[in-house]
Structure formats: structure tokens, C-alpha cells
Write a protein that binds this ligand. Structure first.
Ligand SMILES: Cc1cc2nc3c(=O)[nH]c(=O)nc-3n(C[C@H](O)[C@H](O)[C@H](O)COP(=O)(O)OP(=O)(O)OC[C@H]3O[C@@H](n4cnc5c(N)ncnc54)[C@H](O)[C@@H]3O)c2cc1C
Length: 248
């Protein structure tokens, strides 16, 4: 059964098997579900925390790992200082802890190499997470589908998965990375230091051998609205743009 036809996934426990700081505000947590599942790149899980008094908080987190990675499900969680759930992961969660989660969820914001391309990926901040799963999936499948990832972050040190993405960019195998820093000068010659705009989208598209057949945009509400509009203004047909909004 394909993931989108699956009935609502039941809650299950998953053990945290590894924790690694990615940036000053983002940490990756790898989970081993008690009932393992396969996911599609771009899907997410829901996490549920229960307080001793029974109060529950649920949040969604995209899966960063490729379906074929096989070393647990990686979630990359940004710490919102005044948030409810993300500070728990950053300040309290430890390797060996059991957390409730369910998934995989979401059948629209997914990509597999068989979907083809060229593909335009656009991420803002932690919105890179599901796009990272797609990029990793492409790499692990030795796919030649042309993909350009346009990624916006405030500063160089806040670019999640930065070194891994630059290493993939350096392979020159049809994956291209464009970084744009909104609060710092660009560090690489072809990168930018401003918010994503139409000119930047057009330049990113020109890195592809032909116009994108699929486009994925992920980040905060404000980011997705602005970036999707920039894509449309750059001539990307609205019908090929898929969006994932992280809220606030
Ligand atoms: C499909 C999907 C995938 C996602 N994937 C990721 C991911 O990979 N990584 C990631 O880091 N996040 C991801 N998110 C976001 C994540 O689900 C949480 O929203 C995020 O972690 C914040 O949760 P929190 O409990 O820490 O903060 P919350 O307690 O939810 O607060 C979030 C912000 O809202 C403000 N706020 C809360 N309540 C109110 C209120 N009543 N009025 C005004 N402001 C308020 C808070 O001040 C805070 O700044 C995803 C979201 C979705 C929908």
C-alpha cells in the first residue's frame, strides 16, 4: 500500500539512539521505532509528549534521513526558546529515552527518484529538513535527476546540514546548492546575501538543464508565502509547486 493510502498510523514508542548538534539552535535526534516503518523522502512524523498530569503536546517533525538510510529516523529540531516541545528535546531528552511518535505522515510533499525532474527545492531555515531527505535519497540511489536546492538561512553557522550539502554540491553530479544568507555576506562566490527574490529564483533555475518539472518549498508560513510567490513571478507554473508550512 502506498504511504498516502495508509490509514492513520497508530502511536508507538521510539527510542532515541543518537543525538548530534547541527547548528547552535538545531540538534538532530535519531529514533528507533518499536515498530519500524519505511517512509518516502519529504514525509514527517508526529511526536507526542505527555506530562505527569496527563497534559499532552503534539508536534510534527519532518524526517531528515533518506528512506534507504537504515540507521533510525533522523529528526532535526530547532530550539524555540519560548516553545513547548522543542526545548524539551534540546534540554531534557537523552539517548535511551522513549518518545511516542506516529508516522510516516503526509503524501503530497514527497519525492522519489522515479518522479523524475528537474527539481527545484527551496528551503528556509529548518524547512531544509524534508528537502534534505530528498537530496540524500537521490544520492543513495545514484540518481542523475537534476536538482537545485536554494536554501535561505540567517547566517553561515545556521545553515543546517551545511558541510554535507557543500560536499554533495562539490560532486558535480547534477545536484546544485545555492545558499542565501539574510544577515551575513555570502561566503561562496555564487551564493547570495539577501532574501529570496525573483532574480535569485531565475538564476537558480538557469542552473538546471531545463525548467523544473517539480518544485518544493518548505519553511515558516511567511517564508513559504514569499518564496512560492517568487517562484510564480519567475514563471514557475503554480501547478508544479508543492509547499509544506511549519506554522508561525
Ligand atoms: C509538517 C511539519 C513538519 C515540521 N518539521 C519540523 C522540523 O523538521 N524541524 C523543526 O524544528 N520544526 C518542524 N516543524 C515545526 C514543529 O512542528 C513545531 O511547530 C516547532 O518545533 C515549535 O514547537 P514548540 O512546541 O517548541 O513551540 P510552540 O509551543 O508550538 O510555540 C511556537 C511559537 O509560537 C509561539 N506561540 C505559541 N503559542 C502562541 C499563541 N497562543 N499565540 C502566539 N504565539 C504563540 C511561541 O512563542 C513560539 O515562538 C514542522 C511542522 C510541520 C507542520
Amino acid at each position: 500500500m502506498s504511504a498516502e493510502l495508509e490509514p492513520q498510523s497508530p502511536w508507538q514508542t521510539a527510542t532515541i539512539i543518537r543525538i548530534e548538534k547541527r547548528t547552535p539552535r538545531v540538534t538532530s535526534f535519531w529514533f528507533r521505532p518499536s515498530r519500524p516503518f519505511t517512509h518516502l523522502a519529504g514525509q514527517h512524523v508526529d511526536v507526542r509528549l505527555t506530562a505527569p498530569d496527563g497534559y499532552q503536546a503534539r508536534r510534527s517533525y519532518s524526517i531528515a534521513s533518506a528512506p534507504e538510510a537504515g540507521a533510525g529516523i533522523e529528526l532535526a529540531i530547532e530550539r524555540l526558546d519560548d516553545g513547548e516541545v522543542s526545548p524539551f528535546f534540546h534540554d531534557v531528552a537523552e539517548v535511551g529515552d522513549e518518545i511516542e511518535l506516529r508516522g510516516p505522515l503526509g503524501g503530497h510533499f514527497v519525492w522519489q527518484v522515479s518522479d523524475g525532474g528537474p527539481v527545484l527545492l527551496v528551503g528556509g531555515g529548518s524547512g531544509v529538513v524534508p528537502l534534505m531527505a530528498m537530496v540524500r535519497h537521490r544520492t543513495l540511489r545514484n540518481s542523475a535527476v537534476p536538482v537545485v536546492l536554494m536554501l535561505s538561512a540567517r547566517v553561515w553557522d545556521e545553515v543546517i546540514f551545511r558541510d554535507e550539502l557543500i560536499a554533495l554540491d562539490d560532486r558535480l553530479d547534477g545536484f546544485d546548492l545555492v545558499l542565501t544568507l539574510t544577515r551575513e555576506p555570502a561566503k561562496r562566490p555564487a551564493d547570495h546575501s539577501r532574501r529570496i527574490d525573483v532574480a535569485m529564483v531565475i538564476e537558480a533555475i538557469e542552473r538546471l538543464p531545463k525548467p523544473p518539472a517539480l518544485a518544493y518549498v518548505c519553511g515558516s508560513n511567511a517564508f513559504v508565502s514569499a518564496a512560492a510567490q517568487a517562484l510564480i513571478d519567475a514563471g514557475v507554473p503554480a501547478g508544479i509547486i508543492r509547499t509544506e508550512r511549519y506554522g508561525v
